[in-house]
Design a protein around this ligand. Structure first.
Ligand code: CTP
Ligand code: CA
Length: 221
């Protein structure tokens, strides 16, 4: 079983992985973020590298892995910008990043001061672009795009909708209400959805094992 990962089966393939939660600026010292650790994306990137792929990791979480091109960004807009540059030449895109659905409408130039006579402070948010949907809409038949779906209920229904709406080839769905799956842990419990196939439930395993299983599936598709 180890042999398949010592062979460089992804030689010549260009793989892009996004990882981590986006940080949407409020003012020069504050942002809106989420609990994503970047671990699932990191595992996807490292296994692809070990299989010989040319990997670009676009991450909000600082990372210094050997043998891959690492681009650090903060916001969804920055992630989108980078992807527009690199996706046209890629073979595979893995959107493991937890992209914030909304960002502050305006970023204050100066640190926002609290006001003595106001106990409630309101920030108006505006929708971020859907990066996966926008980028996948441009993909050729040679390119392969993978999205994730983080759900706390109706996992299959919601993930199925994302598979169709976002033009993804695969959605890896995880029930993030479970303690050992999803955000900020080393393990994940994934259901794999593919157009025209029945969903496949993978057992609870380490994120590295999830990544190995995914790349194995990609290579045998
Ligand atoms: N995603 C994205 N751009 C966004 C929001 C999400 O590219 N603005 C991507 C994520 O990287 C992930 C997939 O879309 O691969 C699904 O993200 P998720 O948050 O589960 O779904 P949403 O479409 O944002 O829907 P909701 O949060 O309402 O469930
Ligand atoms: Ca979302």
């Amino acid at each position: 079983i180890q042999a398949q990962f010592t062979e460089k089966k992804l030689n010549g393939k260009r793989v892009i992985v996004t990882a981590g939660g986006t940080k949407e600026a409020i003012d020069p010292v504050r942002f809106i973020g989420n609990r994503s650790s970047g671990k699932m994306g990191f595992a996807m990137a490292k296994v692809a590298r070990d299989l010989g792929a040319e990997v670009t990791l676009i991450t909000t979480v600082p990372a210094s892995f050997a043998g891959m091109n690492i681009i650090q960004i903060q916001t969804a807009d920055e992630m989108m910008q980078q992807l527009k540059d690199v996706f046209p030449k890629a073979d595979v895109l893995i959107m493991a990043a937890a992209v914030a659905d909304f960002k502050p409408m305006k970023v204050a130039d100066q640190k926002i001061k609290k006001n003595d006579d106001e106990d409630i402070f309101t920030i108006k948010l505006t929708k971020n672009p859907d990066i996966l949907q926008t980028i996948a809409a441009t993909k050729t038949s040679q390119q392969f795009v993978v999205g994730f779906a983080a759900e706390t209920q109706h996992l299959l229904d919601n993930a199925e909708k994302k598979l169709n709406k976002k033009h993804a080839d695969v959605i890896l769905a995880n029930d993030v209400s479970q303690k050992n799956a999803g955000f900020n842990v080393d393990t994940n419990k994934v259901t794999l959805l593919q157009k025209g196939h029945e969903p496949i439930n993978w057992p609870l395993m380490s994120k590295t094992e999830v990544a190995k299983k995914f790349w194995d599936l990609y290579l045998n598709k």
